[in-house]
Design a protein around this ligand. Structure first.
Ligand code: MEV
Length: 442
């Protein structure tokens, strides 16, 4: 029986082998656990060490396929886009959409802006007007105090852009914010922003304490927290595809280009008015964006969080992509915040993230925003195209066939036979099980 009532003290300080042993003991299958986890260690100890040091208590590596979507043409440049994702049909869907749009003008993209936001949240019982009066002095103190942190960023063309005092006392008693905007150029910039913000908090406390304008209780100010915001509506990108409606003629054998465009438009409009559909619709967009974010060492949780908040910006969660059919033209676009980096952080530490960026031609952060959003739009197009024509399961289950066969430890020969057999048949777990059983029973 696996133990459930244990307390482990000082686990993080143990050696990796010792941690493995404890975990294996608690799982009651020591040998198998240790062997399994060790079998996924990198044979090159130096490489494994890099992974061990990314995080605490690393026991092994968790493999996810690293694939590539070729033919992603954005603003006239073709990219080989690396994608890290476990879902069988995502790379295939992105690739087939990218290929189709390659012959119809490719993807077009513009970065709206690259402004990032951080906040110092504080509690204060003082007179706001006094703070406004000395605002320029305070913010210049803040700039001075962070000069050593910002010097390099400024050399690269970025740095602190602006400070804004926000009165939130109508929501929470005595609560204010200093909202700071930054340009972090090609880096994601999280550490840079957070280091600046923590320093601003210190300057703020000292400033009200020492400035003679503030008296009595006004000298006491509590910094609640200082942290970047992952909501980056002003670090956003717009990406679109467009073609004549007639060009959509061959996309389905049952529908004309016009019928396809109209059905597609209705499907997207449903995602604009219904949150249940919108969530799945946007998930399909993030299938592509997350895969590119992971492959390039970017923080996909931050990107998703920003995207879903943006999808709710009008007061109700809705689709991030939209369609317009006008004057015989079909236009499909996606607009969303996409804070990515191409220098610093994991982008240079993870050997494969570095390789991904090389594969993309070492893009700037702006270029990567355009590429990742193009892949998101490609996946969205593929999903909605399937949904309004043959349905999603046919293609999805075809791709999933390998997973089911692997579940049955199928041999190469059995796999080939199964692929041949299911070429023109519906794949389901039950059907594949039956096929394998019958094959093995001769
Ligand atoms: C599956 O990962 C994603 C889809 O459900 C997206 C969609 O429904 O639009 C196919």
């Amino acid at each position: 029986m696996r133990k459930r009532d244990y307390i482990i003290k000082g686990f993080s300080k143990l050696l990796k082998e010792e941690k493995l042993k404890i975990v294996a003991e608690l799982m009651d299958n020591q040998v198998e656990t240790i062997e399994l986890l060790k079998s996924f260690w990198h044979p090159d100890r130096r490489k494994q060490k890099i992974f061990d040091e990314f995080s605490e208590n690393t026991l092994s590596n968790f493999y996810i396929p690293y694939g590539v979507a070729p033919n992603v043409r954005v603003n006239g440049t073709s990219y080989l886009v690396p994608m890290v994702i476990e879902e069988s049909s995502v790379v295939a869907a992105a690739s087939s959409s990218a290929k189709w749009w390659l012959d119809h003008g490719g993807f077009h993209s513009v970065v709206n802006d690259v402004v990032k936001i951080g906040q110092v949240h504080f509690s204060w019982k003082g007179d706001k007007k006094k703070l406004e009066k000395v605002w320029d002095d305070l913010t210049s103190e803040m700039r001075k105090a962070t000069a050593s942190i910002t010097a390099n960023m400024e050399k690269r063309g970025g740095g602190i852009l602006d400070f804004e005092l926000i009165d939130m006392t109508s929501k929470i008693d005595n609560y204010y914010q200093i909202k700071v905007s930054f340009n972090t150029v090609d880096s994601m910039g999280a550490n840079f922003i957070n280091s600046c913000l923590e320093e601003f908090g210190e300057v703020l406390k000292k400033f009200v304490k020492e400035n003679p304008l503030f008296t009595g209780g006004e000298k006491e100010l509590t910094v609640i927290m200082a942290i970047l915001s992952n909501y980056t509506p002003d670090c956003s990108v717009k990406t679109w595809v467009e073609c004549d409606v007639e060009e959509l003629d061959g996309l389905d054998d049952q529908l004309s280009g016009k019928q396809f465009a109209e059905k597609f438009e209705t499907a997207v409009k449903i995602a604009e008015v219904d949150i249940f559909r919108a969530t799945t619709h946007n998930k399909g967009i993030f299938n592509g964006i997350d895969a590119v974010a992971i492959a390039t060492g970017n923080d996909f949780r931050a990107i998703e969080a920003a995207g879903h908040t943006y999808a709710s910006k009008d007061g109700r969660y809705k689709s991030l992509s939209h369609v317009e059919i006008k004057d015989g033209k079909f236009k499909f676009w996606l607009e969303l915040p996409l804070a990515v980096g191409t220098v610093g952080g994991l982008t240079s530490l993870h050997p494969l993230a570095k390789h991904s960026l090389e594969m993309l031609g070492n893009p700037s952060a702006k270029e990567l925003m355009m590429i990742a959003s193009a892949v998101g739009l490609a996946n969205n197009f593929a999903a909605v195209r399937s949904l309004v024509t043959k349905g999603i399961q046919k293609g999805h289950m075809k791709m999933h066939l390998m997973n089911i066969l692997n579940h049955y430890n199928a041999t190469e020969e059995e796999k080939q036979k199964a692929i041949e057999y299911f070429k023109d048949k519906k794949v389901s777990f039950a059907e594949v099980s039956k096929f394998i059983k019958e094959l093995r029973e001769g």
